[in-house]
Design a protein around this ligand. Structure first.
Ligand SMILES: Cc1[nH+]cc(COP(=O)(O)O)c(CN[C@@H](CCC(=O)O)C(=O)O)c1O
Length: 388
């Protein structure tokens, strides 16, 4: 394993802090390193592997499509892309009628910001403290964490951040110059913060009243993570723009920007307004269709909701001076500690559990939605032991 680590360390950019393991194989919710050690995956590739690792259905879809056609830019039509566009509009929240396909979460946010400015003719963007929306310059402008943002200033102008869950702050910030507000329905990377139900309804009403668009970033909460297929479903929320990525294509890089009537009726989303070489490629579309089949066949969203009830019941029964609060929704789990989380992440890795941070003091657990009760309970046994 040290050879793999040495080689990667020799040539990689150095921007990532890495656990000293080389993961080489996965199946379901389990991963194995180069020395054959098994890990229970509570990171799911930053919330990508909702359907689990090593799925034969995805491998088969990729192999079949790769033999037919891997790339097909949107200068022509394509059968698999047409099927996916239709399927995506069928399964996403009501009111979304069209979609732009891209290749990552940050790209979905970049495009969403462009479409919002184009459709409204306005420039103002409102985002939230602790929000995370990506690291490319436009998306980064809406991401809150100063250490991510400030080294790259000046970013795009006319972006302001307001307190999450604070409707009065939104009323003060959203004006007739506001193109859109962008929001996560659980602030994940920023510390696992869940919205109050009336907050979202208030935001949506405010946007309609003032002609601004509601962009919902479900890059992490989408595809069953919160116990519904989309977190919007919990609140019957109809976004004007919905950003998707991560689990959209079962682990294959893909993003999507779903667009509602208020965007399309503007008549300003015209030819040449945006584009992407790889966006909508048949390989990713085939993987996404196979992924959506799995969500529907295995009912992964309700499964996550059921498992979530057990997990939070157990977590909330823990009494540890180290635990300040347990938060989350579905299988997007945050355990806020009274100390920095990094040493506990390292200890968990040594004990065979891969987990994530969500800010400096929050332990984030994002298991694949296919994790078994035995596996999640074994992982929680280890978390309980490490948190003492
Ligand atoms: C809500 C959200 N929006 C946008 C993105 C950007 O997606 P992408 O361009 O495909 O990475 C992410 C990544 N979330 C991970 C951040 C990774 C990083 O630090 O960068 C995460 O939750 O850790 C999100 O969680």
């Amino acid at each position: 394993m040290s050879t793999i680590i040495d080689v990667e360390n020799t040539y990689t950019s150095g921007v990532y802090g890495k656990r000293p393991v080389a993961i080489v194989r996965g199946k379901g919710a389990l991963l194995w390193d180069a020395e054959g050690r098994e890990y229970i995956d509570c990171a799911a590739g930053h919330g990508v592997a909702n359907i689990g690792h090593g799925r034969p259905e995805i491998a088969a879809a990729l192999a079949a499509q790769a033999q037919r056609l891997i790339t097909c830019p949107e200068i022509v039509y394509n059968d698999v892309r047409a099927q996916l566009l239709q399927r995506l509009i069928e399964i996403t929240p009501e009111g979304l009628t069209h979609a732009f396909l891209c290749n990552s979460g940050t790209e979905a946010v970049e495009g969403a910001l462009k479409f919002a400015r184009l459709a409204t003719g306005r420039t103002g963007i409102v985002a939230t403290l602790r929000g995370f929306h990506g690291r490319s310059m436009g998306a980064l402008s809406t991401t809150w964490e100063k250490s991510y943002r400030e080294p790259f200033a000046p970013l795009i102008p006319d972006v302001k951040h307001i307190r999450y869950n604070d409707l009065a702050a939104a009323e003060a910030a959203i004006t007739e110059q506001t193109a859109a507000i962008i929001i996560e329905l659980v602030q994940a990377e920023g510390g696992v913060h869940v919205p109050q139900a009336d907050y979202l309804a208030g935001l949506a009403a405010l946007c309609r009243e003032r002609g601004a668009l509601l962009i919902v970033d479900e890059i992490q909460t989408g595809f069953g993570r919160t116990g519904a297929l989309f977190a919007c479903n919990h609140y019957n929320l109809q976004p004007d723009i919905l950003c998707l990525a991560k689990s959209l294509a079962g682990g294959v890089p893909m993003g999507a920007i779903c667009l509602g009537q208020r965007v399309m009726e503007s008549g300003r989303i015209t030819k040449g307004a945006h584009g992407s070489t790889f966006g909508g490629n048949p390989l990713a579309c085939a993987a996404s269709l196979a992924t959506i089949d799995i969500f529907e066949r295995e009912q992964l969203a309700p499964r996550a909701a059921a498992l979530s009830t057990q997990v939070f019941e157990r977590l909330r029964s823990w009494r540890s001076p180290l635990i300040r609060e347990v938060r989350g929704q579905g299988l997007l789990i945050g355990i806020e500690l009274t100390k920095r989380v990094q040493p506990y992440l390292e200890a968990l890795c040594e004990r065979g559990v891969l987990a994530l941070p969500a800010g400096p003091t929050v332990l984030r657990l994002l298991p694949p939605l296919v994790i078994s009760e035995e596996q999640i309970n074994r992982a929680l046994d280890i978390v309980a032991d490490v948190l003492g």
